[in-house]
Design a protein around this ligand. Structure first.
Ligand code: MIC
Ligand code: SF4
Length: 650
């Protein structure tokens, strides 16, 4: 029996365990990436591991999320990150150079490699045939130190593409179609592998749009084989020598197959407030207040050139605003040199920095009760900064058509010829905004730059014998990391955990933080009760770290998403699931809950434990590997890693 591409690359990188679907394996990580919003914590944790050198082939620190710099906090973070990169031999992509995933695809991602990134859209690099996985910053720090990354050997879904896209249907519509089939839940522990003759017509940036937004299905990653298109892309990026072909074996066996005929794909959108609520553009008839084009999903050269060709010589209608954020300095500079930037400016577009910006809600929030059409990948309620706004996620051509007419518009109705823009044979290459690692001798001299915004990461104590606490909050289904730990205007506190913790659950319950810290100070453990898919979305470990700081010891949910569940374990919080889902109803806010003998249960490898709430008994399940149990007993991955290193040294 042959191997899928996923299994092939994972087996080549196997560092711990034996490969069996559904079982935990440890893999060697070749490359890492961090971004500033998750990176400061990752590097503070790296520092506390007291290493001299990083062990990866390549690690890159990007600054792309918090580039607004209102006040000193963001700038302090940037200075810290730059000094850390100099000290440890890490590439540093300076603010202004672009969004981590776009730049990594352009300049560093390689077929057959493993990439671990402290951002959930790291799978973008799956577009060149890399196994690229999003994780919490602490996992990335451990991988930089040479530690294995642990994941479940995945179930592999074969997404077989046949045919060719029709004009005005795009890669974004393919991933929206996949989302309409897979939805945003129930795919934990899977990988989407794209095959079929239809893939040969998709360029690497198009493939990257698909693997990027694959994150919204909850899969571990998505991947395309490395073929002629990959070679063409690496050639155009001046990296041809890094190309080699890699694909699944002909007799590879998949756990599930989905067939999609590209010629039947039509323009689609994610309707408010979930990327998985898919509708056809032609069924929508809605005036638009704002159009935002950019983000790591859709801001490539071809994306923006196509938009510019559609808008050239025309003007923005009154009542609509248009913002465009190119994905990288390479993209921005290319459209500047060939004059297309001027076409966008003449149309009335507001040109934004090559960064995340609007996508994470730190700028360009739409007005109250407005409709915003965006080319990004997430439309969770309030993520734009305006809770009452309705955000539709679409392709760049639908966004441009909507900016032209002032209402959500199917571009096929414009009566315009489809501007078929080719990917260039040679991209403009200028890496002068990426600072390469310093020679080892000079590195030692480097001083770390620590402004007042850089705090120490709090560390948890060992797991107590029993949990004696209270349900501090009970939430429903699909609570995202944006609900647990909001970004937007709160982002600047990412390096200051006590301050950032004041905003835990802010969008759902403004008093949560005060209540939880009061209980913690009285020695009462905080417990969170949740519905399905708790912790969807971002890889931000602050959604575990800050609750840990507030004294949360356990989450009891109907289900928990992959990255978030791993982050909870990493910070010593137990992710429980209900044995009977209907028990969710029996645990409202303020219920006093006891979980006796939890330490012993973890030590003895038990999967079932009982929670006591008054005279009720509630069955709980723990789906944890032995390694995760040991991490929880130690109080988290950091104390576990430090203890393991000390044992080795004895
Ligand atoms: C996101 O798109 O939600 C983010 C902001 O990029 C996050 C990372 C973060 O919260 O810093 C992600 O996707 O992991
Ligand atoms: Fe940045 Fe948005 Fe991409 Fe997250 S999804 S990395 S905020 S552009």
């Amino acid at each position: 029996m042959g191997y899928t591409l996923t299994e092939k690359i994972l087996r080549q990188h196997l560092a711990d365990g034996s490969y069996e679907t559904g079982k935990e394996i440890g893999i060697k990580i070749d490359q890492t990436l961090t971004q500033d919003a998750t990176g400061t914590m990752a590097y503070l944790q790296l520092e506390s591991m007291a290493l001299d050198e990083i062990a990866t082939e390549l690690s890159v620190s990007y600054v792309d999320h918090n580039t607004i710099q209102v006040g000193f906090e963001n700038a302090d973070d940037h200075a810290y990150l730059e000094s850390i990169a100099k000290k440890y031999g890490i590439y540093f992509s300076r603010p202004g150079n672009g969004i981590c995933h776009q730049v990594h695809l352009e300049r560093f991602a390689r077929p057959g490699k493993t990439l671990l990134g402290s951002d959930s859209h790291t799978p973008t690099a799956g577009g060149v045939g890399s196994i690229a996985i999003g994780a919490g910053g602490l996992d990335v720090a451990v991988a930089m130190g040479g530690g294995a990354y642990y994941l479940t050997a995945p179930r592999v879904i074969n997404v077989r593409l046949e045919g060719r896209l029709q004009p005005w249907a795009t890669a974004k519509d393919i991933i929206l179609k996949v989302l309409s089939i897979l939805s945003t839940k129930g795919n934990v522990g899977c990988v989407c592998e794209y095959t079929g003759e239809g893939i040969s017509s998709l360029t690497v940036p198009e493939r990257a749009t698909i693997t990027n937004m694959g994150a919204e299905t909850g899969v571990t990653t998505s991947i395309f084989p490395s073929d002629k298109q990959t070679q063409r892309f690496l050639q155009a990026q001046g990296r041809e020598e890094q190309w080699f072909p890699i694909s699944p074996d002909k007799d590879a066996v998949y756990d599930q197959t989905i067939d999609i005929d590209l010629s039947e794909i039509e323009p689609l959108a994610s309707a408010p407030h979930s990327p998985g609520d898919i509708v056809r553009i032609k069924d929508l008839d809605l005036p638009v207040d704002q159009v935002m084009i950019g983000s790591c999903t859709n801001s490539s050269y071809v994306d923006l050139m196509t938009v510019a060709a559609m808008l050239k010589g025309k003007h923005l209608p009154p009542g609509v605003s248009l913002g465009i954020a190119p994905g990288s300095r390479q993209v921005l500079n290319s459209i500047a040199r060939n004059g297309s930037l001027s076409d966008l400016i003449t149309f009335g577009a507001r040109i934004l920095e090559a960064s995340c910006g609007f996508c994470i809600g730190n700028s360009m929030s739409p007005c109250t009760e407005s409709v915003s059409v965006r080319t990004s990948n997430r439309n969770f309620k309030g993520r734009s900064g305006t809770p009452s706004a309705r955000v539709y996620l679409t392709s760049p051509v639908v966004a441009a058509a909507s900016a032209l007419t002032g209402k959500i518009t199917d571009p096929r109705e414009l009566g315009m010829d489809y501007p078929r823009i080719e990917m260039p044979e040679h991209f403009e290459i200028d890496d002068s905004m990426i600072i390469p690692p310093l020679p080892a001798a000079v590195r030692k001299e480097q001083k770390i730059c620590r402004g007042p915004n850089i705090g120490e990461p709090p560390v948890n104590g060992p797991m107590p014998e029993e949990i004696i606490g209270q349900v501090t909050i009970r939430v429903g289904d699909q609570v995202t990391t944006d609900h647990i730990m909001p970004a937007g205007s709160r982002l600047k506190y990412r390096s200051n955990v006590p301050k950032y913790s004041e905003f835990v659950f802010e969008p759902l319950d403004k008093d949560f933080s005060a209540r939880a810290s009061a209980l913690r100070d009285r020695g009462v453990h905080n417990i969170i009760v949740a519905g399905y898919s708790y912790g969807q979305g971002s890889s931000r470990e602050h959604a575990a770290l800050c609750p840990m700081y507030l004294g949360v010891k356990a989450i009891i949910a109907k289900s928990i998403e992959r990255i978030h569940a791993a982050n909870l374990v990493n910070f010593g919080i137990i992710p429980f699931s209900f044995a009977q889902e209907s028990d969710w109803d029996r645990l409202p806010d303020k219920t006093e809950v006891k979980i006796p003998g939890i330490r012993e249960a973890l030590q003895r490898g038990k999967s079932d434990v009982m929670a006591l709430a008054g005279d009720m008994q509630i069955g709980l399940k723990m789906s944890l590997s032995q390694r995760q149990r040991d991490i929880l007993l130690a109080g988290g991955l950091l104390p576990f890693t430090v203890m393991a290193a000390a044992r080795k040294g004895e």
